[in-house]
Design a protein around this ligand. Structure first.
Ligand code: CA
Ligand code: CA
Length: 165
């Protein structure tokens, strides 16, 4: 991968986390993501699934901040993301899976309306679109994945964010 391609991918990953688009990643981005998923799947914040999603989002934020927020100002800048998160997650994808798992678990249980333990492609597409992924990319990704289980989502998620240089 040339450096322009690498930069483009990193920018896309950063934008995925920066849900409100204000130029840094903070706790609000994670609660924004949780709220968007709840709205998409028609689940209230105070329901059991809603509570699980918000607590997963908080754990995800804490984990990311622990890895990347070097100056401790509760914001992860693009520089902190590139220098901290991307490198450390690439070195240790299992760590990333660990911090993302409660949020992804809760998100999957929202999307898995019938509790079958796997999520169909159209449900994956709805979740991705709710998180701001472009419609075309969301559709292609969902079709490529087919019905997914939690382990598959975790490993797809980890490989998406652990961008090779
Ligand atoms: Ca933000
Ligand atoms: Ca910071």
């Amino acid at each position: 991968m040339d450096s322009a391609e690498y930069e483009r991918k990193i920018a896309a990953r950063f934008a995925t986390f920066d849900q409100d688009g204000n130029g840094y990643i903070s706790r609000e981005d994670f609660s924004t993501a949780a709220a968007a998923l709840l709205a998409e799947f028609g689940v209230t914040a105070r329901s059991e699934k809603g509570q699980a999603l918000y607590s997963g989002a908080e754990a995800f934020w804490q984990g990311m901040a622990g890895i990347a927020d070097r100056d401790g100002d509760q914001r992860i800048t693009r520089d902190e993301f590139v220098g901290g998160a991307v490198k450390r997650l690439r070195d240790n994808p299992a760590r990333f899976a660990e911090i993302a798992r409660p949020f992804l678990h809760a998100a999957l249980s929202l999307a898995d309306g019938d509790g079958s333990g796997s999520v169909s492609a159209p449900q994956v597409e709805r979740a991705l679109r709710a998180l701001g992924v472009e419609a075309e990319v969301a559709s292609l990704t969902a079709q490529a994945l087919g019905p997914v289980t939690e382990d598959q989502v975790l490993s797809a998620f980890a490989s998406y964010f652990t961008v090779p240089e």
